[in-house]
Design a protein around this ligand. Structure first.
Ligand code: PEP
Ligand code: MG
Length: 584
């Protein structure tokens, strides 16, 4: 009988093969007391374990070939850096000395403490960084318990072609080993779509389904598995027709990947000759590199919240270093730096050095530019860093969550002050650095023609615009069905913004998730959007869609739909647009 299990699908791919259920020789983490005289020896034992763990990871990182992508080796390097984190290591050593306990236990207690902090973080990407800390701690505990196998998993065969490994979870180091041995796919019981295991599997192109509950109990050693990384499904013992379907799908997916590769160097333009600019959203350096590799014309959204995750507000030098490194990676392409967008879904709570007040309705509260206009010194520090970066290459400054012209005036006044302060210090900046605004608030969309008078460019943040327009929280699954980009109200708002940008003759992009979702590309083209900014891994697919679209036909359908939309409300606009493309 076929058994179907679900989890988080990663890396889109399909894998078919035999199951290898991997066991981990779990080290029991027990507490034992040590004498005061033994503290020095215990700390030495801890340091040796750190060094061994670090050597192991570095050698695995070194063995990853160039085809593995920068992300995989960067994740390994991140784990090596975490092993050498001075604050973390000092905390462990202090705990050994104060509590007179063994190093394994000190690590365990410190880990629980850190994980409880991470659990409060709303941003799921940042929250999942807790999984990295746990993996690194487990590696050191493993070294302390004197297990010497090259990977923590027992009995992994040397060759894993046509094998899907089923494990409790996998560290990036273990994943690197499995990759070297040619694993066909991985299934884990733990791990989220945002975990480094997930990101690394994506970078190494290993089809994966993570977070499959009880996978090791339900899947049997040696049985045939089919894994659908796109849908997050695992089938055990597939029947003939399912197997035939997936064999076929695997062939089609290989063809699709080849087709995308073949358009990597082509420009993006519709069939009726409308040129389209494809840009990337990024914050980490691996994402910036991926943007360049996948042909992004520029970076349309560089999020800066990651700099504010530590225990201190980053100073001007730290920010300048991060922005100039990003600019350097882009090698002449424009970097659009979005100023700090903390608050609501990006709240950092207990970790945050920036004080965001606790309120009943954070999404409607002091977030993004509103927060920056309260903490003006913090904001000016960021503006100076952005301005200094503009002296090194093409930089634009993007202000999130604008509501009114008054806010733009205040931002511009602070920018003037920041320029004067740099002048006094004799520092360079681009006096013409473009300043743009994100249109995310419905009132701002309706008043876009007014706002646009004071802006050099605009970018629609559809993630937030939709949540505010439809009164449907973007992270609340219970109202996800209301979060509808095809809602006539949303379409009207978008049209307002496009018309405003045309009237004021300023560039306009869409940088919300909608821009990287192939289902909506033709609708956005119909509305007149010609700049799309998205995650780098979507660029080729969206280019393929753009290059296969008649924008004028899509526009005609949209106009007809809009003219009669009271009666046509129930008609599926996307389907009408699709149908218009089929005619010869
Ligand atoms: C948006 O709201 O669409 C957007 C791009 O910004 P973020 O997702 O960072 O809020
Ligand atoms: Mg937003």
């Amino acid at each position: 009988m076929t058994l179907a299990l679900t989890g988080h699908g990663i890396a889109d791919g399909i894998a078919i093969g035999r199951a290898h259920v991997a066991e981990r020789s779990e080290a029991e983490i027990g507490e034992y007391r040590i004498d005061e005289q033994e503290v020095g020896k215990e700390i030495e034992r801890f340091r040796e374990a750190i060094a061994e763990a670090s050597d192991q990871l570095e050698s695995l990182g070194g063995q990853l070939g160039p085809e593995s992508g920068t992300t995989a080796s960067e994740i390994i390097s991140t784990h090596v850096m975490m092993l050498h984190d001075a604050a973390f290591n000092q905390a462990i050593e202090a705990r050994i000395g104060e509590e007179l306990c063994n190093a394994e236990w000190a690590l365990q207690v410190q880990l629980e403490h850190i994980l409880s902090e991470f659990r409060h973080i709303e941003d799921s990407y940042i929250r999942s960084r807790g999984e990295d800390v746990a993996q690194v701690v487990r590696l050191v505990q493993h070294k302390l318990s004197e297990k010497t196998s090259p990977v923590e998993l027992d009995d992994i065969p040397d060759r894993l072609a046509d094998t899907l490994v089923v494990a409790s979870d996998l560290t990036p180091g273990e994943l690197a080993t499995l990759h070297q041995r040619g694993v066909a796919g991985i299934i884990t019981e733990h791990g989220s779509a945002y975990s480094h295991t997930a990101i690394m599997a994506g970078s190494l192109n290993i089809p994966a389904v993570l977070g499959v509950r009880l996978a090791r109990e339900l899947l049997q050693e040696g049985e045939t598995l089919v894994m659908d990384g796109r849908l997050g499904l695992v089938y055990a013992n597939p029947n003939k027709s399912l197997l035939a379907h997936y064999n076929d799908a695997q062939r089609r997916s290989a063809r699709h990947r080849k087709a995308l590769e073949s358009i990597r160097e082509l420009p993006a333009a519709t069939l009726d000759g409308q040129k389209v600019s494809l840009q990337a959203n990024a914050e980490r350096s691996d994402e910036l590199r991926a943007a360049v590799e996948n042909g992004a014309e520029s970076v349309g959204l560089y999020r800066t919240e990651f700099l504010f995750l530590g225990s201190d507000v980053p100073d001007e030098e730290e920010q300048f270093a991060a922005y100039s490194e990003a600019l350097e990676i882009l090698d002449g392409r424009t970097l659009t730096i979005r100023t700090l967008d903390l608050g609501a879904d990006k709240s950092l709570e207990s970790q945050s050095p920036v004080n965001t007040p606790k309120v009943a309705n954070p999404a409607l509260g002091l977030r993004a530019v509103r927060l920056c206009l309260r903490d003006t010194e913090m904001f000016k520090t960021q503006l100076r860093a952005v301005l200094r970066t503009s002296a090194l290459g093409p930089v634009r400054c993007l202000i999130p969550m604008l509501t009114s012209v008054h806010e733009i005036r205040m931002v511009r006044a602070l920018l003037d002050e920041a320029r004067q302060e740099l002048q006094q210090r004799g520092m360079n900046y681009d006096p013409n650095m473009p300043v743009g605004g994100m249109i995310e608030v419905p009132a701002a969309a309706l008043a876009a023609a007014d706002l646009a008078r004071h802006l050099d460019f605009m970018s629609v943040g559809t993630n937030d615009l939709l949540q505010y327009a439809l009164a449907a929280d973007r992270v609340d699954e219970q109202v996800a069905h209301l979060y509808d980009p095809q809602h006539p109200g949303v379409i009207q708002l978008l049209q307002f913004v496009v018309n405003a940008a045309t009237l004021r003759q300023i560039p306009l992009a869409v940088c919300g998730e909608l821009a990287g979702d192939r289902r909506y590309v033709r609708l956005l083209l119909a509305l007149g959007i010609r700049e799309f900014s998205m995650h780098a891994n979507r660029l080729l697919e969206i280019k393929q869609m753009v290059n296969q679209t008649h924008a004028d036909r899509a526009r005609t359908v949209l106009d007809q739909w809009r003219d009669g939309h009271a009666e046509a409300y129930d008609l599926d606009l996307l389907k009408l647009i699709e149908d218009s493309q089929q005619a010869p």
